[in-house]
Design a protein around this ligand. Structure first.
Ligand SMILES: Cc1cc2nc3c(=O)[nH]c(=O)nc-3n(C[C@H](O)[C@H](O)[C@H](O)COP(=O)(O)OP(=O)(O)OC[C@H]3O[C@@H](n4cnc5c(N)ncnc54)[C@H](O)[C@@H]3O)c2cc1C
Length: 228
């Protein structure tokens, strides 16, 4: 594993691919998997692919350590688009109950942790009102994180439509990660087919503006399936 090497080029070479880094290294591989998280669109662009993945900002805060908390379940209020959980002895809360805030690739140049915006304080305050009064807390850490939305809330998992040796594993949440990795590995080893629902050509007929609108609309309804 190599860290801190920015991939700046991916070119087909015979039945494989050559990956080029900003420091000038060149690596030849039989297969390349694009798994660039919220930077996925930039990575895909290196292969001539427009990836309809739309990064959005997401507020999550947690309080100072308190002996009150012991490990417990991850709690969701789907009808309020809010969730809460305990990290060791700290309580955290996150909310989708606000206008979606799209984040451009240029804004991600310095990383995926954006500066906290005061506009998010009332959103977090509203979420905290779902907690019992004695559980509400003054946030010690405020995270304006960024994650990837897609037009149907499903990941992209599949072969690049034009370069056979390049595969896509994007918009994979932690909750999807193990299953997505196994499914992709099986497909790469010809052990099974990939689910067509996750193939990125599923949006080939739609224009970017429509796809972006769908993805942003789904942000607030991230738990729609849970609520159904
Ligand atoms: C506040 C917040 C709360 C979340 N809560 C949950 C949750 O409760 N449950 C859940 O399942 N998910 C949650 N998520 C989403 C989850 O964190 C992400 O979906 C997941 O971490 C994405 O993993 P990844 O490996 O695809 O991308 P990343 O972990 O972002 O990894 C992508 C990597 O690719 C590298 N990269 C990109 N471009 C290049 C390049 N050109 N060259 C070299 N390297 C490159 C990046 O540096 C990075 O290391 C949350 C996200 C946020 C922000």
């Amino acid at each position: 594993m190599l860290c801190d090497r920015e991939v700046t080029g991916i070119d087909q070479r015979g039945s494989g691919a050559v990956v080029v880094t900003a420091s000038g290294d060149r690596f030849t591989a039989d297969d390349v998997v694009l798994a660039g998280g919220v930077w996925g669109p930039s990575l895909a662009e290196l292969t001539g692919l427009e990836l309809p993945l739309f990064p959005v900002a997401h507020p999550y805060v947690y309080g100072s350590p308190a002996a009150t908390w012991s490990p417990g379940p991850f709690v969701r209020w789907p009808e309020h688009h809010v969730y809460s959980r305990i990290h060791d002895d700290q309580l955290g809360i996150g909310t989708y109950d606000h206008h979606p805030v799209p984040v451009g690739q240029r804004e991600l140049a310095a990383g995926a942790g954006l500066a906290w915006s005061e506009d998010l304080d009332p959103v977090i305050d509203a979420a905290q009102r779902l907690l019992r009064p004695e559980a509400r807390f003054a946030p010690e850490h405020r995270i304006n994180g960024v994650f990837a939305m897609t037009p149907d809330n499903l990941p992209f998992l599949g072969r690049h439509p034009e370069i056979e040796s390049v595969w896509i594993a994007q918009a994979i949440w932690v909750t999807h990660a193990a299953g997505a990795a196994r499914t992709l590995a099986d497909a790469m080893l010809d052990r099974s087919d990939l689910p067509h629902e996750l193939h990125l050509t599923r949006f080939a007929e739609s224009d970017t503006a429509t796809l972006r609108e769908s993805a942003l609309r789904l942000y607030r309804d991230i738990y729609a399936n849970d609520a159904a």
